[in-house]
Ligand binder design. Sequence first.
Ligand code: CA2
Length: 140
Amino acid sequence: MKKLIIINGPNLNLLGKREPEIYGSLSFTEFLDEIKAQYNDISIDYFQSNVEGEIINKLHEVGFNHDGIVLNAAAYTHTSVGIGDAVAAIETPVVEVHISNTFDREEFRHQSYVAPHAKGVIVGFGLQSYELAIQSFIKK
Ligand code: CA2
């Protein structure tokens, strides 16, 4: 069975509670339950942290024993050399995802420290961005 993990960065624990016009009204755990039911032939772990170092530690922990990582580093995407370096250092391929179209937003959101080390980037499809990333790991 394929083993994937979704890693979410800061403030994504608030999904469904604030700013529904940008991020939608579904909480991430509700969405995850739906995705897990739909893709029941793969294992999908989940980790969320608001702390940069915890995200780096998780990347090290899973980056040699999972088949794929779906990473939304949220605001750290645009600031964290450390998370970019961690993605470069691990073996497991990482797909960077964003809910909103970061290129249709402020200039500082156009920069990503993750993207140069990622297998690919999926941006702007709402929560469906995560599903597309999952599909990219299961499609032959
Ligand atoms: O669009 C995305 O997925 C982002 O990674 C979300 C980040 C943002 O800093 C990135 O530029 C793009 C922000 C996540 C904040 O999530 C919230 C969710 C609900 C309410 C408030 C914030």
